[in-house]
Structures are given as structure tokens and as C-alpha cells.
Ligand binder design. Structure first.
Ligand code: ADP
Ligand code: ADP
Ligand code: ZN
Length: 215
């Protein structure tokens, strides 16, 4: 099973991908996470991507498609994949077609998380993650059960993304509207798209995704 989670910044892609990974034997491939790791490690890709990410713009198609190729090649052929934050442009969508067919993988579902734009700034500005295991939290919607301690691994260190500020979010939304939303028709033609209400609470969204995957 190979699925794409589509949605604007803060829609809940990462949150739901983590839950699907826990429930099914699938792997989450997040180009955002891969790029942040490259920036942190100071690789050539990271050096090129850093300023672009901080400005809320999109990193080049060639870079992200190469990251996806490498990540897929490190997996067993039968491990299911959740694409989180990729593809984000029409050229990336076309590259993904090639990348998947070269590896005899089929695209089973493209799930769009629909959210009100006004909610996204609230989602993004309250977002933080465990510095150790990456579990996602929110200042208002999902605090750790025990204050300051990660539910999953017990770490007391958390981090916030440099690009999660109100100004950058607006630019990321502009990019989403201009470049990412227009790829949906490519998939609609193939009858693989399902829209899910991303404004519902996290458990309800997960339930909707499970219905799509098991439906
Ligand atoms: P994305 O990966 O699409 O950018 P995230 O999954 O990181 O989005 O979610 C953004 C923030 O919103 C996180 O802090 C997360 O805890 C919170 N969040 C995710 N889904 C919901 C939801 N259904 N309701 C309220 N808050 C949510
Ligand atoms: P979010 O979860 O808020 O949607 P991501 O973590 O997916 O954000 O991406 C963070 C940033 O990394 C983006 O704003 C962009 O600069 C870059 N990025 C991530 N994925 C891609 C991609 N597929 N194509 C181009 N740029 C990307
Ligand atoms: Zn943790």
C-alpha cells in the first residue's frame, strides 16, 4: 500500500502519518523531515535548502525527488509508504509516477486533509515536537499527558521549527495554493482521491483515514 497525504501546512499530515505508522506496518516518508535532517547535518542539500525553507518557499523538485528515491531504495519492496509533504508540485507528481513504476509500486490512495485556512496559523504557531522521538504536540490541542514529558519516550526535551511563525506560514500557504493544490486533478482523473475533514478532532480524522485504507 502506497498513499499520499496532501494538505496545507498544519493540516495534520505528520500527526496522522505517525498514527498510521503505529497502526499499520508502513513507513512515513516526509521530505520536510529529510530536508531538516540535511540542514542539521550541513550536507550540500541542507546548505541549499536552509534559506528557502526559512522563507517558506519550495526547495527544488530535483532535490526532493532524489531524497524520495534514496529513501525508497532503503526499504523492502513490500513495505507500505505514506508520502507526507511530497509531491508538492506538478513536476514532483510526474517524477513520483516514474519513481513508483520503476519500483513496481502502485499508488493506492491520495488523501486530502481539508482545513480552514484560519485554523492553520493557530495549528502552526502552537506546534512543537519531542526532540528525541519526534512525536508531535500542540500548545492548545495536544499537550503531553504529564507536563513537560513526552508521552511516547519520556524525554523532557522539545523543539519548535524555525519556520513555524505566522509570517512564514502565510508564504507556505501561498505556495500550497499556487503549486500544490493544482496537482489534485492529476489524481482525480485516476479516481484515487478521498477528501477527509481535517478540522475534526485528531481521533476522528484517524478513523476516517482507517476507513479509506480498509474500505
Ligand atoms: P502538517 O504535517 O500537515 O504540517 P501537523 O500534523 O504537524 O501538520 O499538525 C500541525 C499542528 O496541529 C500540530 O501541533 C498538531 O499537534 C496539531 N494538530 C494536528 N491535527 C489536529 C487536529 N485534528 N485538531 C487540532 N490540532 C491538530
Ligand atoms: P508542513 O508540515 O508544515 O507542511 P514540511 O515539513 O512538509 O511542512 O516542509 C517544510 C518546508 O520544507 C517547506 O516549507 C519547504 O520549504 C520544504 N519542503 C518540504 N517538502 C518539500 C517538497 N516536496 N518540495 C519542495 N519543498 C519542500
Ligand atoms: Zn518522545
Amino acid at each position: 500500500m502506497n498513499i499520499i497525504l496532501l494538505g496545507p501546512p498544519g493540516a495534520g499530515k505528520g500527526t496522522q502519518a505517525q498514527r498510521l505508522v503505529d497502526k499499520y506496518n508502513m513507513v512515513q516518508l516526509s521530505t520536510g523531515d529529510m530536508l531538516r535532517a540535511a540542514v542539521k547535518a550541513g550536507t550540500p542539500v541542507g546548505l541549499e535548502a536552509k534559506a528557502v525553507m526559512e522563507a517558506g518557499e519550495l526547495v527544488s523538485d530535483d532535490i526532493v525527488s532524489a531524497l524520495i528515491c534514496d529513501a525508497l531504495d532503503a526499504l523492502d519492496a513490500d513495505t507500505g509508504v505514506i508520502f507526507d509533504g511530497y509531491p508538492r508540485t506538478a513536476p514532483q507528481a510526474h517524477s513520483l509516477d516514474t519513481i513508483l513504476s520503476e519500483r513496481a509500486r502502485l499508488l493506492d490512495h491520495v488523501i486530502e486533509l481539508e482545513v480552514n485556512e484560519e485554523a492553520l496559523v493557530d495549528r502552526i504557531t502552537g506546534r512543537f515536537t519531542c526532540a528525541n522521538c519526534g512525536t508531535g504536540y500542540h500548545d492548545r490541542h495536544k499537550l503531553p499527558k504529564s507536563e513537560g514529558v513526552c508521552d511516547k519516550c519520556g524525554s523532557t526535551e522539545f523543539k519548535r521549527r524555525k519556520d513555524d511563525n505566522a509570517e512564514t506560514v502565510r508564504q507556505r500557504m501561498v505556495e500550497y495554493r499556487a503549486k500544490t493544490a493544482p496537482i489534485l486533478p492529476i489524481y482525480e482523473e485516476r479516481d484515487v482521491v478521498t477528501r477527509v475533514d481535517g478540522m475534526a478532532d485528531m481521533d476522528t480524522v484517524t478513523q476516517s483515514l482507517v476507513e479509506v485504507l480498509e474500505g
